[in-house]
Structure formats: C-alpha cells, structure tokens
Design a protein around this ligand. Structure first.
Ligand SMILES: NC(=O)c1ccc[n+]([C@@H]2O[C@H](COP(=O)([O-])OP(=O)(O)OC[C@H]3O[C@@H](n4cnc5c(N)ncnc54)[C@H](O)[C@@H]3O)[C@@H](O)[C@H]2O)c1
Length: 448
C-alpha cells in the first residue's frame, strides 16, 4: 500500500511472547493484528453460523450465498455469526437474539465477524415493535465493545421493500476482511431501484471509470490502488504542487494523472471536459481531497476558515453540480462517495473549520441522495477515525497514542480500510445503500 504508514510498535510488542504476557498481567490494551484482504482468501477465517430470531426472511438467502462457508450447528471455531433478526417485532423475540449470540460468541476465532440483520423502524408498526427493533442497536454496539482479537460486530437494517439480493454486496463486505476497521456500525439497505445493478461475475469495478481527488498520497492513494485492483480505470487528481507524487501513484496503478486544484473556478469544467473526451463518462467520483488549518475559534482568522471550507466542502458542491448537470458525465448507476471525518460527527477542539466542512459533507450527501434515486445514482459518506498516515504520524506522541487506542480495536486504521469501504459503497451491487454515513473508526468512542 502507498505511503509510509507509521508502524504501531506497541501493537507489535503486545503480539510478541513476552510483551503479550506482560500486557495481559498489567491489564493493558492488547490490539490484535487485523485480518485484511488478500487475493484468493476465503470470505471469513472459518465457517459462518447463520441463525434466526423471530420470523425473519433473510436467513435462507444468506445460507444460499456462494461466498459463505456454512458452519455445522455443532462445536468448532467460527469465522462469523449471522443472525437474521428481521423478524424481531416484540420484546420476547429478543430472547432468541441473546441465546444465539450467547452461545455463538464463545466459538468465535480471531478477526471474526458478527453480523445482525434487522429492520428499520416502521412508522406503521407498533411502539413495541419499534422498541424491539431499536434494542438490536444497543446489543450490536455493546457486542462490538466486548469482542476481542480483531473481531467486529455490525448491524444491517434491511428495508421491507429491499430484495434479498440488494443486501448481498453489504453482507459480503461486512463479513469479509475488507471491513477490518468498520465496527459497531448501523447500515441501512433499501431497494436498489435499478435493474441490472447487481454484481457482475468479474472484478467488482471492471470497466468503470473512477475519479479520486487528492490521490497523490495518503488515503487518496490507497483509494486509487483499491479501485485499480478491482478493475477500474482510475483518474488520479491532485494539485500541481503534488505532481511528482501524483504521477508516481498513477503509474503504480496503471491509472491517469490529472493535475487540478479543485478549488479553481474552472476546475469543474476542466474535469468534465477530460472525462467526456478521454473516457466518455464517469461511474464513480470519490471526493477525498481535504486539508486542515487548525486553530481555536477565538484565534481563527477568515483565511484559515475559508481555505478549509473551500477544499473540503465548496469544491465538492461545485464538482457534483457539474458532474450531475443535464448531459453531465456521471452515468446512470453512478456513485458519489465523500470522505467526511469523525470530527464532523463529534466535533474536535481546534477544528471548527474542519468539523464544519466535514459535517457539511454529511449534510450534503443526505440531501443529495434522495434526489438521485430516480437515476440509480447513490451518494454516501465515509467518516474515518484515526488513520495511520503521514498526517497522523506528525502528531505529538501522547495525542497519537490516545487517538490510536480510544476505539474497540485499540489501534489506528490504515488508508486501505477507508479505501475498501468506499469501494464497497461504489460497487454496482450497492445501489440500495444511499444517503448514509459509515464510520471507519474501529468503533471510536468519539461521536459514537
Ligand atoms: N488521516 C486521518 O486520520 C483522517 C481522518 C479523518 C478524515 N480524513 C480525511 O481523509 C482525506 C484524506 O486525508 P489524508 O490523511 O490522506 O490527507 P493528506 O494530506 O495526506 O492527502 C490529501 C490530499 O489532498 C490533496 N489536496 C488538497 N487540496 C487540494 C485541492 N485544492 N485540489 C486537489 N487536491 C487537493 C493534497 O495535495 C493531498 O495529496 C481528507 O479529506 C481528510 O480530511 C483523514
């Protein structure tokens, strides 16, 4: 993966023999080595036990997925648990949730996956049904905090109108090593609404044109690499000052380098022209470029404020307008994914400008998503927590160590973790996931 991701020496230490014993005796955090995607690996590290609470309708569909190795209902280490709780509509149904997880959790191996499928609250349902459905949220978020060894737990709420096939890309992502740093999240899947949007047999992004802004380094370079791995033609975009690093990224992945400052008034026009003349259109735009200019608000001058809002928010609005305009290059079935931040959810001292821009991005995708449904285009945001990049490597030791450990996985994520999450949202089969904010933060206590 790109860039020099700083090493987490503490994690390496506690995964050694002596460090492991010592940290256990002293009750210190023991971050595990997370299982991450490798070509040809099975979906989970061990078979998956599929269960049901209430009269759910998805368990059989999950059992039928070719990607999942099913576990026998007996002893043995498990790679994951899937609980179909879409039938939970009464408080008594929760007994079966407790029972299944109580027994199953003991059998989980390291980096295992717990996936609970529920239903979103329905305005026409009873108050008890709403309470029972919401209870799953508390169960899953707590289980995520109890798990160790790199295991994660997530809740996927499946809309009544969604076809079981609409859930496949999300079930596969959540169970796989690609979701290594996605933990304690609640993701809603609705009907995809567009025929023929399911996963093709080939690589997930085969034949698609993807633009990644801020692709010269860090998370952006990681995003470009994952899309190229998955078969896309990647247009890597960054400021001219980063020209050399941008060319290096583009060459490494066999993509194209476009030097463009996204805040320039003619940037949308130039990007549209490039996409139309060179690629005939666009399938995915990843708004990743971002900057920080930190100061307490009492010391924040207009220049710092304006610069951050311009790159992180205004430029996204302007680019989206041009890409989505009548005759614009973003094709039907297209994907817009914006990189927000947990700072935009929880706020952060010294970052009013940055948090405003990132919260603004969340507002942007939520408002945009419903307007794009008729065109089969989705708009989502990912909110990274602490990611190991050159930026976080420059933090003072104490702040960095605290940032790394205050999440359920007790470590920072990697650029590839953000990239994999974006790639899942951009998959042709993820048409039912829109207007959402998925945190890639190891279930950070910030903004939980
Ligand atoms: N690193 C983290 O822990 C973290 C956490 C949460 C969110 N994020 C977000 O993730 C994204 C990537 O962060 P990173 O850590 O890789 O940062 P980075 O500074 O390493 O990379 C950002 C890239 O964006 C480019 N860029 C900046 N202004 C631009 C402009 N006007 N036009 C075109 N390109 C421009 C930069 O040149 C750079 O290559 C940002 O949006 C950031 O806010 C990062």
């Amino acid at each position: 993966m790109s860039g020099r991701a700083p090493t987490d020496r503490y994690r390496d230490l506690v995964n050694g023999r002596i460090g492991g014993k010592l940290s256990k005796q002293l009750g210190l955090p023991r971050p595990a080595r997370l299982r991450r995607h490798q070509a040809g690996q099975p979906l989970t590290d061990g078979p998956v036990l599929v269960g049901q609470a209430g009269a759910g309708k998805l368990a059989d569909h999950v059992r039928s997925l070719a990607s999942i190795e099913l576990a026998a209902d007996s002893d043995g280490r498990l790679g994951g648990l899937v609980l179909d709780a879409t039938g939970v509509d009464a408080l008594d149904d929760l007994d079966a949730v407790r029972e299944f997880l109580h027994v199953g959790l003991r059998r989980l191996g390291s980096s295992a996956r717990v996936l609970v499928l529920g239903r979103p609250a329905s305005p026409s349902g009873t108050v008890e049904a709403a309470a029972a459905r919401q209870a799953l949220d508390g169960v899953v978020r707590s289980v995520a905090k109890e798990l160790r060894g790199g295991a994660t737990a997530n809740l996927v709420l499946v809309d009544e109108n969604a076809d079981p096939a609409d859930t496949e890309s999300t079930v596969n992502f959540v169970l796989s090593a690609r979701s290594a740093y996605v933990d304690g999240q609640v993701i809603t899947v609705g009907p995809s609404g567009s025929a023929g949007s399911r996963n093709p047999a080939g690589p997930a992004q085969q034949g698609r044109v993807v633009v990644v802004t801020g692709a010269a380094r860090g998370i952006g370079a990681g995003i470009a690499e994952v899309f190229a791995r998955d078969g896309a033609t990647v247009v890597c975009l960054d400021v001219p000052a980063q020209g050399e690093a941008l060319t290096a990224t583009a060459n490494r992945i066999g993509g194209l380098a476009v030097q463009l400052d996204i805040t320039a008034p003619d940037a949308p026009k130039r990007l549209v022209e490039h996409l139309k003349s060179r690629h005939g259109g666009l399938d995915v735009i990843v708004h990743n470029a971002g900057i920080t200019r930190d100061k307490l608000l009492v010391n924040m001058d207009a220049a710092r404020w304006d610069a951050v809002l311009a790159v992180n928010l205004r430029a996204q609005l302007a680019l989206n307008d041009a890409l989505l305009a009548d005759g614009g290059p973003l094709r039907s079935g297209g994907r817009i994914v914006s990189v927000a931040s947990t700072s935009g959810i929880a706020g952060n001292r010294g970052q009013t400008n940055y948090a405003a821009s990132k919260a603004g991005v969340i507002g942007l995708v939520r408002a945009l998503a419903p307007t794009l449904e008729p065109r089969g285009i989705t708009a989502n945001a990912v909110a990274p927590g602490f990611i190991e990049t050159e930026m976080t490597a420059k933090m003072p030791l104490g702040t960095r160590e605290a940032g790394r450990r205050i999440n359920s996985l007790q470590q920072g994520g990697l650029p590839v973790d953000v990239a994999e999450t974006i790639a899942w949202l951009a998959e042709p089969g993820s048409g039912g996931v829109t207007g959402q904010v998925v945190r890639v933060c190891g279930q950070s206590i910030l903004g939980a």
